[in-house]
Design a protein around this ligand. Sequence first.
Ligand code: FNR
Length: 179
Amino acid sequence: DKKHFVTLVGSLRKGSFNAAIAHTLPELAPEGVTVSHLASPGDFPHYNADLQEEGFPAPVLAMAEAIAQADGVIIVTPEYNYSVPGVLKNALDWLSRVSPNPFAAKPVLIQSASPGNIGGARAQYHLRQILVFFDARVMNKPEAMIGQVTDKVKDGVLTDDVTRTFLSKQLQAFVEFSR
Ligand code: FNR
């Protein structure tokens, strides 16, 4: 069966390493699997319940719908101060208020990359905790924490062969997981 996954990137930076990895995933995915990219969560206003009462912002509803339609979500994010970037948390806070919650029972894969050695591991465990409330189905293993990413991305593409092979295997596992 054909699977369709969407990526959610936790960095707004034009030269983002995490965005580069997300944009490389379509070519690493198994045959028959498509990967497309959700719009930037940078367009969401800061969460405010008063705004929600006036009606959900259009970009929030559009992202919720795209997630609902997908067979799985791949979150690719940097680590900021040992946790998830505020822009990603803000997006998740908005999406958690949408009913029905698009993440409920949704297969989720987490990837993170950093110029440092730990590859964003600490943010991943915070993200897993956040997704408990969503009742998302987050794949446990294999985990993808990509350290020293400055040596692995060139011109917006993941070029490191070892990492490319590893992420291909992880995507294959995610296809199985999402069945
Ligand atoms: C960082 N960075 C960082 N890296 C890390 O491994 N652990 C951390 O806790 C942090 N904290 C942190 C906080 C803030 C505010 C910034 C701006 C940066 C470094 C970070 O990994 C690096 O800037 C990446 O390049 C960011 O990812 P993108 O934008 O390249 O995808």
